[in-house]
Write a protein that binds this ligand. Structure first.
Ligand SMILES: Cc1cc2nc3c(=O)[nH]c(=O)nc-3n(C[C@H](O)[C@H](O)[C@H](O)COP(=O)(O)OP(=O)(O)OC[C@H]3O[C@@H](n4cnc5c(N)ncnc54)[C@H](O)[C@@H]3O)c2cc1C
Length: 563
């Protein structure tokens, strides 16, 4: 049952059962309280409720689903049953090499017992491999999820450690006639399926209920939450555990500035991604981890400075006669490499000038790209033919383009420390396009290997008639040319309290905090710095949400005794 927010009378009054020993001071008591209604939270609710626990799910916003509901809903699960049914093999030792090599590249040692990783980090990856497939099989068999295979190669399928380069990505089954951009997203379908299952099993979902602090008994076990409901504070008791699945901290300006590894302008994470579990974790003495990393992407700078909770980000820059250049007009990255890797080029530091030379980058394309009618979901920020976006600069020549870009940069100065084009920009851009045109004719990017990995090939679409590659084509010799100013963004962050393989939150000395669990983007991600493939964030969130719900439901019952 979903109950509305504090404006409604239906939200008031005692919920859940009233177990012995839990006095009147508690507004609601359940075995397990879950915080957050994204994929991690809804999975935790199903896993707990299906084991007989009474469950209350709290959501700070007026809607369920969080960032998950905005997403494509793709899940990346190693050795999943759908790939096994298709005869695809995902060997455990090989998979762990792939996970470890990309999550912690500087620690990776294939000869070492734990692949060079600290034992605890290796154990989290082992658990992901071992439990992800178990989790989705259980959810499918109880009717909580309907999934189908989707043919996305892994994002690092070109690495030798990837011996199962496709099959790990799965997605919710889409209803017949489903229309992209009109019907609910894959992520919404995923959350809706899980929520329906949780509610069938008796869980209650409460909107506009924000977990503000944890409550502990005299043995310092977590036994509930102080919850902000409008202006009131309510006490929610949790006999067996509190599971935080409250998303990342992308939209908490203080935490983003203090912790992220470079300047970030915003991103498409839901507005509830405020990092509540970072502060709550600190309050109860949790160890923090992976705080510098996020699921990176790029944003349109002129939109993100006004509304950091962006509607859409730039995942796969559209177009063949298109380059992304720096303030000197020079390419600095493979424009088609997946978003998580590409965006990190914004964080390069120039020690001589003491500045971020790539703080802003400039995506430039010609009229042929602008006129290409391909409705691909990766089209943004290129408008459909005939439409104008105010942030797309259009000019007849590179000189005129540079003039207009400079004027826009003046307006962006309060957010960029006065970032400007280099006087060399026009010359640099002309030389870049000249070289790019030669490489496009050869269908080979000698500088950045654009279009060479399996995922880039799959996402490239079909080449223009007569072209040898879909990812590169010479620029038109005449304008108009188009440009968008890009900055670093993220789908959300992936740092927070550290968990163990049972999803228990740990102290700095590695002891579990009794009764406190976490999963999804609010905890220190087992992925480290990696984004293994499409679905890499939701696959992990679901797996550890499942573990957290299961462990909380089957853990010891606690008493609220204080003092
Ligand atoms: C456009 C887009 C497409 C994407 N596509 C994919 C994809 O296909 N595959 C993939 O793996 N990833 C994708 N992602 C990323 C993915 O959506 C997220 O990483 C993932 O869904 C996060 O799940 P979560 O359960 O950890 O958090 P969320 O889904 O963000 O849920 C957290 C919830 O907790 C609530 N909350 C926060 N604080 C509190 C509090 N104090 N009390 C109560 N509630 C609170 C929030 O309001 C929110 O509803 C995409 C993201 C975007 C933006």
């Amino acid at each position: 049952m979903t109950q509305p927010g504090p404006g409604s009378d239906r939200s008031r009054g005692r919920r859940g059962d009233q177990p012995e020993g839990w006095g009147d001071e508690w507004d609601s008591v359940a075995d397990v309280i879950v915080v957050g209604t994204g994929v991690a939270g809804m999975t935790a609710a199903v896993a707990a409720a299906s084991r007989g626990a009474s469950v209350i799910v709290l959501e700070r916003s007026a809607f369920t689903g969080g960032t998950t509901a905005k997403s494509g809903g793709v899940l990346w699960i190693p050795n999943n049953s759908l790939m096994r049914e298709r005869g695809l093999v995902d060997d455990r030792a090989d998979a762990l090499r792939y996970l470890a090599r990309t999550a912690y590249p500087t620690r990776y040692n294939p000869e070492h017992e734990t692949l060079g990783l600290p034992t605890d980090k290796h154990a989290l990856l082992e658990t992901f491999y071992d439990t992800g497939s178990v989790a989705i099989e259980e959810l499918i068999s109880m009717g909580a999820l309907a999934l189908e295979a989707v043919d996305y190669p892994d994002y690092y399928a070109d690495l030798p450690e990837d011996t199962a380069p496709s099959g790990r990505a799965v997605q919710p089954v889409f209803p017949p006639g489903w229309r992209r951009g009109i019907d609910p997203t894959g992520g919404q379908l995923l959350v809706d399926q899980l929520q329906a299952a949780a509610e069938r099993l008796g869980a209650t979902v409460l909107l506009e209920h924000r977990a503000a602090h944890v409550v502990r008994n005299d043995q310092l076990e977590v036994i509930g939450l102080e919850v902000q409901v409008g202006r009131r504070t309510e006490l929610f008791g949790a006999r067996r555990g509190v599971v935080f699945c409250s998303g990342g901290f992308l939209h908490n300006k203080r935490l983003a500035l203090e912790f992220l590894r470079g300047p970030v302008m915003g991103g498409a994470a839901a507005e509830g991604s405020r990092g509540d579990f970072v502060d709550i974790g600190i309050e109860v003495g949790a160890q923090l981890g992976n705080m510098t990393h996020a699921w990176w992407d790029q944003v349109v700078a002129e939109l993100a400075v006004r509304v950091p909770e962006t509607v859409r980000d730039v995942y796969e820059p559209f177009g063949d006669s298109m380059v992304i250049v720096d303030r000197r007009g020079q390419r600095v990255v493979n424009e088609k490499i997946p978003y998580n890797e590409r965006a990190q080029v914004h964080f390069a530091w120039d020690p001589v000038r003491r500045e971020y030379p790539n703080l802003l980058l400039f995506m430039v394309w010609d009229e042929a790209v602008a006129a290409n009618p391909d409705p691909t979901r990766f089209r943004f920020p290129v408008p459909p033919p005939g439409e104008r976006y105010e942030f797309v600069i259009r000019a007849p020549t590179f000189e005129a383009l540079a003039d207009e870009v400079s004027q826009r940069l003046e307006k962006l100065a309060p957010w960029t420390g006065g970032f400007q084009l280099d006087p060399f920009f026009v010359t640099g851009l002309a030389a870049t396009v000249e070289r790019f045109n030669v490489m496009a004719d050869e269908a080979r990017d000698r500088d950045f290997h654009r279009g060479e990995t399996p995922i880039e090939e799959v996402w490239a679409g079909t080449p223009r008639p007569g072209a040898r590659t879909a990812t590169m084509h010479p620029f038109a010799p005449e304008g108009p040319y188009h440009c968008v100013i890009l900055g670093a963004g993220a789908l959300d962050t992936k740092g927070g309290p550290v968990i163990d393989p049972s999803a228990r939150v740990l102290t700095p000395s590695g002891e579990p905090i009794p009764g406190l669990y976490g999963a999804g983007n609010c905890i220190a991600s087992p992925a480290g710095q990696a984004y293994w493939g499409a679905g890499g964030t939701i696959g992990l969130a679901l797996t550890y949400g499942f573990i957290a719900g299961r462990e909380a439901a089957t853990g010891p019952a606690r008493s609220p005794a204080v003092g």
